[in-house]
Design a protein around this ligand. Structure first.
Ligand code: ZN
Length: 236
């Protein structure tokens, strides 16, 4: 069975229905209270939701407004830092990130991390809050071994063959920490420089499985089972 460890629905009831019909286990990301409510309506209790304030939103934080959602969610994220795709002040990002790490640690909730351009700062921060971490779409050639040493889970995305750092990571992650993600269909379209139809979603996951299985020298069906099991373990 297929598993997507990090997905944005972007409000699509059609994608939510496809995941349910195809029995695809997916962590549905929510980065605002409004998105949490929308996704809850779209997936009911069928899929796990993650909730966290994304680093791009760090300047608009009202902690009191988001606390009920951090309390309601069983997975915190995606949270982290980003020096590449946003102009949000890094000190604001860092304060918010640490507050959420602290919360997740105290409430024993696993965390999904966004690390773009801030791989070293995120690594330093998570060392202070031992927890179960999933590093989402890690695309830096640096610090891979350090994150692996912290026993993190990793998602491999649809750019596994086009980004050498991701290819390298896909070859070296321990098999019991390896996950596949789409990051939602707009991320796939971005990574593959083409429009993507909702109906392609299961095949996008299968294609990533085939590529990674090939890199690891194992059968795709074997990797599919392993990845599903890994996601269940991350969620448990
Ligand atoms: Zn994402």
């Amino acid at each position: 069975m297929l598993a997507d460890a990090h997905c944005h629905l972007d409000g699509s009831a059609e994608l939510a229905a496809l995941q349910r019909d195809e029995h695809i286990l997916a962590i549905i990301n929510c980065q605002s209270p409004a998105e949490w409510e929308t996704n809850r309506t779209l997936v009911g209790t069928y899929q796990p939701l993650s909730f966290g304030i994304h680093p791009w939103e760090a300047s608009d934080l009202r902690w009191a407004a988001v606390t009920p959602y951090l309390e309601a969610t069983s997975i915190v994220g995606e949270i982290g830092m980003d020096s590449v795709w946003t102009d949000v002040n890094l000190l604001d990002q860092s304060r918010l990130f640490e507050a959420q790490l602290h919360f997740a640690h105290d409430h024993r909730k696993p965390v999904i991390l966004h690390t773009k351009g801030c791989e070293r700062a995120v690594l330093t921060a998570i060392r202070k809050y031992p927890n179960r971490y999933l590093v989402h779409w890690y695309a830096s050639p640096e610090y891979q071994a350090d994150y692996i040493r912290l026993d993190c889970y990793f998602t491999i995305g649809p750019d596994v063959l086009t980004d050498p750092a991701v290819t390298q990571l896909a070859k070296t992650i321990p098999l019991n920490r390896l996950l596949i993600e789409t990051d939602g269909l707009s991320a796939v379209a971005w990574a593959q420089h083409r429009p993507v139809q909702i109906s392609e979603y299961p095949d996008i996951l299968r294609q990533s499985l085939r590529i990674v299985a090939n890199l690891r020298g194992i059968a795709p069906v074997e990797l599919e089972a392993q990845v599903y099991q890994n996601l269940q373990r991350f969620l448990s």
